[in-house]
Design a protein. Structure first.
Length: 298
C-alpha cells in the first residue's frame, strides 16, 4: 500500500476517481473543489462507487471504511503540510491550469510534486513562470480511474529526473502501469485515440455505418476492448472536443478539426455517459443504442 500524502484539485469525474484510488491504496487524500454545490456531492459519490464495487466483489467493506477515513474535502484551497503530490484535475483550459499552478507553487513546500492530469496541454506551458518548474510533471490517468491500468507520465523541458522518478513511484504504488511520454501535443494516447474517435464520428455523420456497428468493427475486427465512439462517450464528448480543438491548432487542422456532429452534441449538452446521452444512451454503466434524431434533439 502507498503512504504518500496527496491533494487532488478538481472534484469532477477524474478528480473523484483519482482521489478514490489514492485513498483505497492507503494515501491520506484531500480533494478540493471550488464549487460549493459540487463539493457537497464528492464523498457521497465516492462512497456510492465503492458500494457498487463491493457488490461486484471488487472491494471489501473494511477496505472502503478505512479509505473513507483517509479522505477529506476542505472548503478552501490549501496544500497540507508535508504533502508529497498535488494532482490537478480541472477542465482542459490552459489559463485555468496556469492560475491554479501559480497558486499551488506559492502554497506548497519545495518537496511537493505538482502534477497535472491534462490529456493534451503542454506541461512546459502549464509550468511557465513558476518559481520551481522542475517539480511540475504530467500524470495522466484514464477514465474510469479504478479500472484503467495505464498512466502517462509526461516530462516538460524543465521537469527534473527526480520529479519523474517520484511520479513513477506514485504510479507503481497505485498498482498502475506507467509509460514515459515526451511533452508533445496530445502526448501518445490522446493523439492516437482522438484521431481514431474523430474519424469514427465523421463516419457516423456521413452515414457510413451506425455508431454501434463502427464500434463493433473495431472491437471484433481489431481486438479493441472498447470501440472509439463508446470510448468517446465514456471520456466525455466535451473533453474530446477540447482536446481535438487543441490538437487542430497545434498539429494539423485537417486531421483534428472536430466534426460538426461532435460540436452539435456538446452544444446540446449530450456529452456522453455523464449526461446520459451521446453517441449512445446510457443507463448507468450500460450503453444502449441511441436513435440518430435523438442525438440532436434540443
Amino acid at each position: 500500500m502507498a503512504d504518500f500524502k496527496v491533494l487532488v484539485v478538481g472534484g469532477g469525474t477524474m478528480g473523484r476517481g483519482i482521489a478514490a484510488l489514492c485513498a483505497v491504496r492507503g494515501c491520506p487524500t484531500a480533494i478540493y473543489e471550488a464549487d460549493p454545490e459540487s463539493r457537497k456531492d464528492i464523498l457521497p459519490s465516492i462512497a456510492g462507487s465503492w458500494k457498487r464495487a463491493q457488490e461486484k466483489g471488487k472491494l471489501d467493506a473494511a477496505a472502503t471504511r478505512k479509505a473513507l477515513d483517509l479522505l477529506s474535502v476542505p472548503g478552501s484551497l490549501a496544500v497540507p503540510e508535508r504533502c508529497d503530490f498535488v494532482l490537478e484535475a480541472v477542465p482542459e483550459n490552459l489559463a485555468l491550469k496556469r492560475e491554479i499552478f501559480s497558486e499551488l507553487d506559492r502554497l506548497s513546500e519545495p518537496r511537493t510534486i505538482l502534477a497535472s492530469n491534462t490529456s493534451s496541454l503542454s506541461i512546459a506551458s502549464i509550468a511557465q513562470g513558476l518559481a520551481r518548474p522542475d517539480r511540475v510533471v504530467g500524470i495522466h490517468f484514464f477514465n474510469p480511474v479504478a479500472a484503467m491500468p495505464l498512466v502517462e507520465i509526461v516530462s516538460g523541458n524543465n521537469t527534473s529526473t527526480e520529479t519523474r522518478r517520484r511520479a513513477e513511484s506514485l504510479v507503481e504504488s497505485l498498482s498502475k502501469t506507467a509509460i514515459r511520454v515526451a511533452d508533445s501535443p496530445g502526448f501518445a494516447t490522446s493523439r492516437l485515440g482522438v484521431a481514431l474517435g474523430l474519424e469514427a464520428m465523421r463516419m457516423v455523420e456521413q452515414g457510413v455505418a451506425s455508431a454501434e456497428d463502427i464500434d463493433k468493427a473495431m472491437e471484433l475486427g481489431y481486438g479493441h476492448k472498447m470501440g472509439p465512439l463508446k470510448t468517446s462517450d465514456l471520456v466525455g464528448l466535451d473533453v474530446r472536443l477540447a482536446i481535438a480543438e487543441a490538437l487542430a491548432g497545434e498539429l494539423d487542422r485537417g486531421r483534428f478539426e472536430p466534426p460538426q456532429i461532435l460540436r452539435e452534441l456538446v452544444a446540446r449538452g449530450h456529452t456522453g455517459k455523464k449526461a446520459g446521452l451521446g453517441f449512445y444512451r446510457w443507463n448507468g454503466d450500460e450503453p444502449m443504442p441511441a436513435e440518430p434524431d435523438e442525438r440532436i434533439k434540443p
